[in-house]
Design a protein around this ligand. Structure first.
Ligand code: FAD
Length: 306
């Protein structure tokens, strides 16, 4: 059995595994893919102390760093069930194998909800973006669209307005759902326009994005908007559906954790984008992975037998 079994091998999981292994305890990491979301990223400019890198490089460095330690890496494996038994935690894989560990760290990340229109996949990282903190500066001085009028969409529009030439916010329904204080701020900005009842139907481009088309749901007329970037802000879904209700989640399905990264279930910790942390970034995930590993170690020396 493992002392610490990490489920998910992205930034949070990789960091957790290294911190655990450095305590000299039996550490395993089980993951669908090593690297996680960063594999889908081009330019990364906010991984502090590394001025610029890209996703595949960061993922390769992460894997390399983990392999420097005694960590049992089980890649291309998916966990499908996790259960607290009397003295240990049992994790069942999709291939039927069952693993046991004294503690577990859930670091299964999240995925951006997609609008599923033609062009979204083809222009991903070529104008289609999901993270304003990450990719905003790439669109400096250019016109962009933000899709989604909830808090994240309106926050993104406010954030981008300071960098880009013009922001058009498209909301599918007839009202914005964001908090009114955010809407007030948005309305006070001179380079932002809002289009309601706008159903995006296609993202267009040649090498990179040059526009989008939307249908006005009231008039059913189709319109073209010339933009060089499209930020899709219709939700971030945590990869926690496979966990049962014994582990506390918030209304978004994110795992609730305390300052040690502990969930409500003894011995089960969580880190990164799958948790209720407010901001989702590589450096934040790595920090929370370290926290969860130290939390798990503390738990282990107090509550389990050697
Ligand atoms: P993830 O990276 O999502 O890793 C989770 C891992 O767990 C994945 O490998 C997944 O396959 C695996 N997994 C999920 N479920 C299971 C299961 N049941 N069993 C086994 N394995 C499982 N952040 C920045 O700081 N800077 C940027 O420039 C930046 N750009 C971004 C650009 C894009 C396009 C995207 C999508 C995100 C970007 N981010 C950026 C955000 C950043 O990538 C995430 O905050 C960070 O990667 C989260 O790390 P994580 O380890 O929590 O989750």
């Amino acid at each position: 059995p493992f002392d610490v079994l990490v489920v998910g091998g992205g930034s949070a999981g990789g960091s957790a595994a290294i911190y655990a292994a450095r305590k000299g305890i039996r550490t395993g990491i089980l993951t669908d893919r090593v690297g996680g979301q960063v594999l889908d990223t081009n330019t990364i400019e906010n991984f502090i102390s590394v001025k610029q890198t890209d996703g595949p490089n960061l993922a390769a460095n992460l894997e390399n760093h983990v392999s420097d330690y005694k960590v049992d890496v089980m890649a291309q494996q998916n966990a499908k069930r996790l259960e607290r038994k009397d003295n240990f935690i049992e994790v069942e894989l999709e291939n039927g194998a069952v693993l046991e560990s004294k503690t577990a760290i859930l670091a299964t990340g999240a995925r951006w909800r997609q609008i599923d229109v033609p062009g979204e996949e083809a222009f991903r990282n070529k104008g289609v973006a999901y993270c304003p903190h990450c990719d905003g500066p790439l669109f400096e001085g250019k016109p962009v669209a933000v899709i989604g009028g909830g808090n994240s969409g309106v926050e993104a529009a406010i954030d981008l307005a300071g960098l880009v030439k013009h922001v058009t916010l498209l909301e599918r329904s007839s009202v914005l759902k964001a908090d009114s204080v955010l809407q007030d701020r948005l309305n006070s900005m001179s380079n932002v326009s809002v289009i309601k009842n706008a159903q995006t139907t296609e993202i267009t481009g040649d090498e990179t994005v040059n526009g989008l088309t939307y249908v006005d749901r009231e008039t059913e007329e189709s319109h073209q908007l010339d933009v060089e970037g499209v930020f899709v802000q219709i939700g971030l879904l945590p990869n926690t559906e496979w966990l049962d209700d014994s582990i506390e989640k918030n209304q978004y399905g994110e795992l609730a954790v305390d300052k040690q990264g502990a969930t409500n279930v003894p011995g089960i910790f969580a880190a990164g984008d799958c948790t209720d942390t407010t901001y989702k970034q590589i450096i934040i995930s790595m920090g929370s992975g370290a926290t969860a590993a130290l939390g798990a170690f503390d738990y282990m020396i107090r509550n389990t037998t050697p």
